[in-house]
Design a protein around this ligand. Structure first.
Ligand code: WTA
Length: 712
């Protein structure tokens, strides 16, 4: 199915039914904003930038591929240098820096000690304003990582190649645990702290983790959350999937207190405080790992209910995030950098932990939500700590703007560079960010990438390319995108026509495979546009990103959204199938369908349609059960905006639920031709019901969203 793009006149009918007639994708719901004016990079930024050489694109052009990426490898310290930059003999499985040995924690810590040992690696800002900010220097971080690695190796018996599931909030213990794993060559799998115990358990089972790392509690939005209590559900849900978690390691948010209402389980739970006693000063030598050894898994949602464990390789990944942090974030050891993303998502891994630490940067690590206790909080923190690089999502920008449009003006902000990531940003919100937060003196980069890609793929080169609100920018040096139509034909470059964004070549940050399922990796990302399955030439294996996009004549890409069953809620990826399976755990529910709905603040939010089992009558209690089931199985982030009880779902003759029809109704778009449905009459019923529930033609679209064109 193809998204509609700017080439579609605003009032033309929506696209016809997709191939299988099932989904209406995010990209199709987006009627994208028009082309905007361009802003030159601020001269003061250019004067000090890391990447100012205009020949970089040429140096990373196809004739120089893949050797050009050797320069990325040079940013790292190797125990044994690589023999070959890329082994592409078995596409789409690529090996970067073949023959090289390195350790990620040594690259992030040990090699900086001589020069930057006493410089903060992290400035930890607790959510309660009464708690002081603490600085963790490179020396201190190194010490804590070593002591923790010693626990993992000696007390828990972990060895290189083992997997560990980490379910932690945004406190220093999270990067400490990740780096302790990396030091031993243990593969970490961090699950977003806001995910439920059940969700963490399913991921732990898939990765084969017998160890879970958690924390007693933490502060979020003014409340103390009992986090340790989730661990029981994690262990139980992993057990149901056949995986025993025999050890639960518990950090304490305050070393002298135990915050959780659920006591440690004897024989299974162990407090780090006990294990670390007497370990002060312990050193654990970093284990040299082959470049292609997995550094971590990051689970992400796709079209099926089963989350995919994206497996990232030590050498290629680390080289890619270090190089792109340097070029695009313009990061250096002298900067104070703040990325608001949670480490539990890929942005936090790449651009709060591995990229910045590989470059010896100083980063702010903030525990809480940006708008607590008010929308001035980020600006107070930035002013006090002298933050000069700021990195956040469009959702956070929209929220901060809505709750405190004037707040940035009350502070002395000194940003030189600001980044947005995770969702398309409306030009309106972009302009506020640029003008009110950046004062027109900071460069803004809109970076497009994915969990799978390890690091940025599209963005402006901050000192070299003009900015254009609403567009991510051209591809990064060494990345060769192409937009394909549904029939496998390339849409000519710069044609301004919507299609599926693909990358023609491999790059060092590209995930190596899906954990335990290489066939699925090949099928999901590479089969769609591969014409010669037996080919051993990477040129035959374009990477299918799952996003709709258009490219304008100037080479900039505008991202329209997902073309698959993924819903991007506030910049966080959720699988439609996962949400639906959660609903089906409620015994009264017969069928469930979830659709993305445009939302003023969060970009997209899920809305649910359900049918009930025979004899069951809709009542508020069932709705509450459904919402609770979604929160329990996934987490609060997936909470639906509405649960709509319908008598029947619109279905194809083969019995598939037509989510696209429901999505059109929820977004007050035209439903298009429904005459081929098995039950076309339900469409009108559902539409009347939804309209009745929210009276009027549709809520007038909020200013920010006017361009989404969600009114009929
Ligand atoms: C979306 C987050 C528009 C896109 C790094 C992608 C974006 C999905 C942008 C990946 C952007 C990410 N503009 N859309 N700058 N960046 N996306 O895996 O749909 O959590 O496929 O990685 O977010 O989400 P993920």
């Amino acid at each position: 199915m193809l998204p509609r793009g700017p080439d579609t006149p605003p009032n033309s009918p929506p696209p016809g039914p997709s191939e299988d007639g099932v989904a209406l994708s995010e990209a199709e719901i987006a009627v994208h904003w028009r082309e905007e004016e361009r802003y030159p990079p601020p001269p003061a930024f250019v004067a000090q930038a890391n990447l100012t050489d205009p020949t970089v694109t040429e140096r990373f052009s196809e004739p120089h591929f893949p050797e050009c990426f050797g320069a990325f490898g040079e940013l790292l310290t190797w125990d044994r240098r690589w023999r070959q930059v890329l082994d592409a003999s078995n596409p789409p499985f690529y090996r970067w820096f073949v023959g090289g040995l390195l350790n990620a924690s040594a690259n992030c810590l040990d090699r900086h000690l001589a020069k930057f040992g006493s410089k903060p690696a992290f400035l930890f800002v607790p959510e309660p304003e009464s708690e002081p900010t603490t600085a963790l220097t490179y020396e201190e971080l190194h010490a804590r990582v070593n002591e923790t690695a010693s626990v993992l190796r000696t007390d828990v018996g972990l060895r290189a190649g083992d997997r560990v599931t980490i379910h932690l909030p945004m406190t220093p213990e999270l990067p400490v645990t990740m780096l302790a794993c990396a030091r031993l060559g243990v593969v970490h799998s961090v699950v977003f702290g806001g995910f439920s115990g059940e969700a963490a358990g399913r991921r732990a089972a898939d990765s084969g983790s017998r160890v879970l790392v958690t924390m007693d509690g933490y502060y979020r939005n003014g409340r103390l959350l009992d986090h340790r209590s989730l661990a029981d559900a994690t262990v139980e849900s992993a057990r149901r999937e056949g995986q025993t978690i025999d050890t639960v390691l518990v950090w304490q948010r305050h070393p002298d207190r135990y915050l959780s209402a659920s006591p440690p389980v004897p024989g299974r739970d162990r407090l780090f405080a006990d294990l670390l006693r007497g370990r002060r000063g312990t050193r654990v030598p970093p284990v040299p790992m082959p470049a292609e050894a997995p550094l971590f898994l990051m689970y992400t949602s796709g079209t099926t209910g089963r989350p995919k464990g994206c497996q990232h390789a030590t050498g290629g990944y680390l080289a890619y995030v270090a190089a792109t942090a340097r070029w695009i974030l313009d990061l250096r050891p002298s900067d104070v950098y703040w990325c608001l993303a949670d480490i539990g998502w890929i942005t936090g891994h790449s651009y709060l932990v591995y990229g910045p630490l590989a470059l010896a940067a100083t980063s702010v690590l903030y525990e809480g939500v940006p708008t607590f206790p008010d929308a001035g909080r980020p600006w107070r923190i930035a002013e006090r700590l002298g933050v000069n690089i700021f990195h956040t999502s469009p959702t956070a920008i929209r929220q901060l703007r809505r709750l405190g449009p004037e707040a940035p003006a009350q502070h002395r902000l000194r940003f030189k560079a600001m980044t947005t990531v995770g969702e398309p940003i409306e030009p309106e919100a972009w302009r506020w960010y640029y003008t009110s937060v950046g004062r027109g003196a900071a460069v803004v980069t809109d970076t497009w990438w994915q969990t799978e890609t390890g690091g940025f793929l599209c963005s402006t080169k901050p000192a070299l390319d003009p900015m254009k609100p609403g567009s991510t920018g051209p591809a990064l040096p060494g990345i060769y995108p192409v937009i394909m139509d549904e029939n496998g034909r390339e849409i000519p470059a710069g044609a301004n026509r919507a299609g599926n964004l693909c990358i023609r070549n491999p790059w060092p940050g590209l995930m190596s495979t899906i954990w335990g399922d290489p066939e699925r990796f090949k099928r999901i990302y590479f089969e769609k546009y591969n014409r010669r399955p037996e080919s051993k030439d990477w040129r035959d294996w374009p990477y299918f990103a799952g996003d709709g996009a258009v490219q304008s004549a100037d080479g900039y890409y505008r991202i329209l959204g997902r073309v698959d069953d993924v819903i991007n809620v506030a910049g966080h990826r959720l699988g439609a199938k996962e949400i639906e399976s959660a609903c089906l755990t409620v015994p009264e529910i017969a069928e469930a369908a979830v659709v993305p709905v445009a939302d003023e603040l969060r970009g997209r939010v899920p809305e649910l349609y359900v049918t009930l089992r025979p004899g069951i009558v809709a009542r508020p209690e069932i709705e509450r059960k459904v919402v609770r089931a979604v929160e329990t199985e996934i987490g609060k982030i997936a909470r639906p905006r509405a649960v709509r009880f319908v008598s029947d779902m619109p279905k194809t003759r083969s019995g598939k639920i037509m989510r696209r029809v429901l999505a059109a109704i929820s977004n007050t778009l035209e439903v298009g031709d429904v005459s081929t449905l098995a039950n076309p009459e339900v469409v009108e019923q559902i539409r009347a019901q939804v309209r009745g529930a929210s009276p009027g033609p549709a809520r007038p679209p909020p200013d920010d969203l006017r361009e989404f064109g969600t009114t009929e």
